[in-house]
Design a protein around this ligand. Structure first.
Ligand code: FES
Ligand SMILES: [Fe+2]
Length: 309
């Protein structure tokens, strides 16, 4: 993985790439985007799939469908457990089943499930990174023992959104590999967006994000895809330096994808320490803004999928 991933590179005097005075439609070259996507899709993934925000897995069991499999997730004694959603006895749904003493109790005849296998029912390998929950479906890959995560800020407030789209994970990644659509497709959010550098495996942009009215903040950010179903934006310079937006996509079924996006906002500002104390109040604002952008970007990703079919 490249060094810039550690976001140590100063960007203050980075010159925009030569062609950046061209109109966006000329800069956004379908072949180059396709090449970046191909590189992203070739990364190892270890069969890890994002599930949802870690905090949304509670002692109330929830059903998820991932990669064509129905599974149930719950939290027992602080740990996340995930397993097949059908009871191995007579097939009752374990979604919404109650949890007693850490065991998920089948609503039909009371069989209890935990971290141990029961006949054909085997819990999945899971990972809780503190912000997101993950499940491994498929064989382990020793080269990817855990989900590939970017460098996260030391202290942050996190907002996580989960949305569904009629497309494939690759369409979600392709959307993010096209920064040129930003000011045209999300004019309410971006005042300007210039591509500073196009590397084989990353795109660096200078973006002016609208706050309120004419008030904008300018930041330099790098997009990098660490695995075939994730794309991460890290703020390199400007307001919120070190903040990260992780977009992860997990297939539900063919042509149906879950998008789980975590925004990990940080700041050097003095007031950030106080803001952290009221992050429960700020989180919905972070999530609302992420959700709004995804309304447009889902339309973009679904259009890519539709054109292929
Ligand atoms: S169906 Fe679950 S215990 Fe019988
Ligand atoms: Fe977008």
């Amino acid at each position: 993985m490249s060094d810039f991933w550690k976001f140590g590179q100063p960007l203050a005097d980075v010159e925009p790439i030569a062609s950046s005075s061209d109109p966006d439609w000329q800069q956004a070259k379908p072949d180059a985007i396709a090449k970046s996507l191909k590189r992203a899709l070739a990364q190892p993934h270890g069969n890890w799939y994002v599930v949802d925000a870690s905090r949304r897995i509670t002692s109330k069991a929830r059903k998820f469908r991932i990669a064509g499999k129905d599974l149930v997730a719950w939290r027992a004694n602080g740990e996340i457990i995930m397993g097949p959603e059908a009871c191995p006895h007579m097939g009752a749904s374990l979604a919404g089943a109650c949890v007693r003493d850490g065991k998920l109790i089948c609503p039909w005849h009371g069989l209890g499930f935990g971290k141990e296998s029961h006949g054909t029912w085997k819990p999945y390998t899971v990972h809780d990174d503190g912000v997101l929950s993950w499940v491994r479906i498929g064989p382990a890959d020793p080269t990817v023992p855990l989900p590939v995560l970017p460098v996260r800020p030391e202290r942050f407030m996190a907002g996580v959104v989960r949305l569904e789209a009629h497309c494939e994970p690759a369409d979600v990644i392709a959307n993010r590999l096209d920064p040129w659509h930003g000011i045209h497709f999300h004019p309410y959010s971006f005042a300007s967006l210039k591509v500073l550098a196009l590397e084989e495996d990353s795109i660096t942009v200078r973006v002016a994000k609208r706050l309120i009215g004419k008030l904008v903040v300018e930041t330099d950010a790098i997009f990098f895809s660490p695995d075939p179903r994730s794309i991460v934006m890290t703020i390199l310079e400007g307001e919120g330096k070190g903040s990260v937006v992780e977009t992860h996509a997990a297939p539900i079924d063919e042509g149906h994808t879950a998008i789980v996006e975590a925004t990990l906002a940080t700041s050097d500002r003095e007031g950030f320490r106080h803001a952290l104390k009221i992050q429960r109040l700020i989180r919905p604002l972070i999530e609302r803004s992420a959700r709004r952008l995804w309304v447009d970007d889902i339309a973009y990703a679904e259009r890519l999928y539709e054109l292929r079919h």
